[in-house]
Design a protein around this ligand. Sequence first.
Ligand SMILES: [Zn+2]
Length: 248
Amino acid sequence: MWKAMTNCPATKANLAGRRVPCSSTCPICEDHPESVEHALLTCPWVIGVWFASPLGYIGNRQQETSLHQWFLSLCNILDQPKDEVNKSITIVSFVMWSIWKARCKAVFDHLRPNPLEVLRGAREAWSKFFQNEVCPGNINRVDGEEVVVNPGVTWCAPPNPFLKLNVDPSWQKASGLTGLGIVIRNHMGDFKYGKVLKTTTGSIEIAEARVIIEGLSFVLEHGITHVCVESNSKNVIDNCSGKIARGD
Ligand SMILES: [Zn+2]
């Protein structure tokens, strides 16, 4: 979105404008210069995508000055609560991204874009995004009491009496050099303990697993008895929870 708003994408008109020896004409409709606005909003096939999207937007070649202006006026006409506006902006972003990817497939792989296919791809992507955003890290029972952790895409504090262990490694493929980062915070979100370690490991998965093990040793060292572990490695978490029996 940022690239599009700042007129960066390598459309034919942009390339021609930067003295790349090519025609500025849209490679899909072959009827207009391919500006960013044309590629993402007003090329005839793209108009179909926007119209079929949840926005039901009908592109108007005369009214659009710049993508930036179009986006600002779109935000203004979205007469919705802030959450809904954010949701609409997310949808717009995914639609634009899918349009651009389909446009590139048309240019490089000579695959004619299909508006409904493109919209389906965008819909899949934004649905996945929204699902992940509200995925809660639930803990159901603490000493017989039910505890619900607030859902959210941002970091959230663990419920009392838990502390939260966040871990993340860095890993260099060539040397196997690995940095392990460990942070422990309480239910108020206050920093309690932290540690960094250097080691070498054979793969990023091993590094991800190793940092959890080191984190848990650190937890034991401090006599902590209630802890949530947060890692961003799906493979390792799946492995720990028994969904993958063997793996890297
Ligand atoms: Zn076109």
